[in-house]
Design a protein around this ligand. Sequence first.
Ligand SMILES: C[S@@+](CC[C@H](N)C(=O)[O-])C[C@H]1O[C@@H](n2cnc3c(N)ncnc32)[C@H](O)[C@@H]1O
Length: 475
Amino acid sequence: MTRSGTLQQSPLAERIAKLVSQLQSGGVIISDGIQAQEIPGRGIGVIACRMVPAGERIIQFPVTSLLNPRTAKAALLREVSDRGASSMFTLTATPIREEATARKRVKRDASVKAHAGKYANLLDSLSSHQLLAYYLYRERLRKDSRWNSFFDVLPTLDAFGGLPLVWAVLDHGRKRFLDYLPASTYKHATRMSKQFWGDLTAVRSICANVEDVELFIWAWLCVNSRCLYYYMAEAPTTGDCMTLAPIVDFLNHSDEEHCSIQVYDGALATKFFGLVTTRSYDVGDEIYLSYGAHTNSFLLCEYGFTLAANKNTELDITAELLAILKWGRRTSRCQTEGEATEIESPKLTFLDAYGYLGDYTLSLDTISYRTEVALAVSQVREDVCREPTGDEPKARTLERSQLKAFISGMAHGSKFKAQSTATLNAILDDVVNNCDIMLAKANDDIECSGEIRENIVRLYNERKQIACAHLRMHR
Ligand SMILES: C[S@@+](CC[C@H](N)C(=O)[O-])C[C@H]1O[C@@H](n2cnc3c(N)ncnc32)[C@H](O)[C@@H]1O
């Protein structure tokens, strides 16, 4: 992974040492048992440099040194009162005027106060992700930012080049790779792209001079891929409870549990944000953190990598199943999921009413209950999914009650089993064929190379592996 910076930059080890020393002088405690260093294929990671037992606190951060919406907002407001109108950025709404003479200082102070109040309200209107991306964007442009040694070790925009979001937003000849993605991954990338543009618009609505899309996407992705959960009472949603913690954010992901985050009280009423090992390590072992039980499709979209062997692998057949529910037929290339859910359909309305619309998946050995329900609904007539409006044939009433009993878990749904298996097998045959086509396409495309091809191939191989396992089980 390339690091941010230019030709004059010092070696990575020196930049890491500089960041560590700056953090330590700010009260961060880093165990002598760990060391951050470059790891082939994974950027920077954290390694045990002595035997580290389970239960050791390896990093401890005074919460006031974290970079999160709370500390970023405080820094932004301080800047307004310190710099007044000479602030590098001015708000879209009523910028304050520089007052030239001492006589006008009182008036100026009042103006700064009013400005700060307005600014605080505007900042409060941003989500945590928007606020942090805005803050990183601004700080990255400052020569004297207190976060410069952190920025010196963050990935460059180039290092984010494997993310579908970057292909979608910046293209750089890669937009067409989006068409190689499985439908569910494509949908995830599209959703992120929408969120990204929405966030940029929100930030620009309070500060028009956020013009550099490349710098903003870099900031947005640093926040997206490096933030950890951190509870803040003022955060409006769980998703807003996020913080950056330099060094902690060097830990790479594993689907095994390695470490946990703890917030605890220290001396003098200081609160600490700490990282604690949950297993022991030998010298040279990499110390990981689980980012969550994520599939490779999720990891690719949110973080730009996939795991060679992922415990949370699944096959998403939402697009394929929605096409059957809506149109009563299969489609060969399914990127139609959005389209299918937007169209009025009694079966989709019915599934939605019961909380079973979308997210149809299979793991290597199980079919999710949501998928079973959707398969059952796919085989009944549309009028079974409508509420009765008067007299109706008894058979329809019976079938509706059998379906509802299955959905609510009161019946095994054996009535639906055979047809569900047949429909699923037909979908899985299509999945296998589609995987072969897409694998051949990606492999033949010489521009789709390196890590990007490796990740796409991994997604299709996984899909194919799960589809074949179920076809073997159910044929
Ligand atoms: C929180 S950062 C971890 C530190 C990062 N490696 C760095 O160089 O700064 C998350 C990023 O690390 C990389 N990463 C994390 N876990 C990985 C893994 N198991 N394999 C490959 N890359 C990984 C991805 O680029 C991801 O976006």
